[in-house]
Write a protein that binds this ligand. Sequence first.
Ligand code: GRF
Length: 215
Amino acid sequence: MTQRVAVLVSGTGSNLQALIDAHIEDAQIVRVISNVMTAAALRRAADAGIPVSFIDHRGRKRVDFDRETRDQLLEDEVDWVVLAGFMRILGPDVLDAFPDRIINIHPSLLPAFPGLNAPAQAFRAGVAIAGCTVHLVDAGADTGPILAQTAVPVHPDDDEEALRQRILAAEHLLLPRVLRALVQGKLRKGTKRTYLDAPTSKDVLSNPNIGEPHG
Ligand code: GRF
């Protein structure tokens, strides 16, 4: 049976675009919610005919933002919530309404480099292998159970931006694969996947979805 998916965004929305373009059988994106009114992701959603909501977090209590978000997700009867470049920490009101049903994509091999600007953190740390992670969301920042990861090499002539883009291109492959596996019941908490087919530099250069840094 088709499962209903909401995607929460704050920025460019290239991961949202990857999900849209993947046309995952058994998964329908029924809503995109942004906490940033000007997020390019909202335009991508609208262009794909997906209902959008702007839920402002500014000047209000966290709990009020969370409850409005939760109520929208409940009204949409979603089965899965995907955080794709969503720059807020969700509180218990949302988490408790969708236990083990909220996933996040993060541009590092967690638990290394949680938080903001993870590709830059990895670059500055001098790692040889970077990557991205999809994990279940808990109350922490990038701390929930890991579901799947892709390793991405750091090249000798990289700068921070080159590495960020190579990781982002890997995210665009990883996130749809994980969502597909979840809706098909082939991946769940406690099982882990590693995808080794990191994109090449050429793939990155030809990928029109890659946008500005914001997470
Ligand atoms: C991605 O690197 C994501 O992992 C991070 O923010 C970035 C979002 O990019 N949390 P986009 O909005 O999907 O283009």
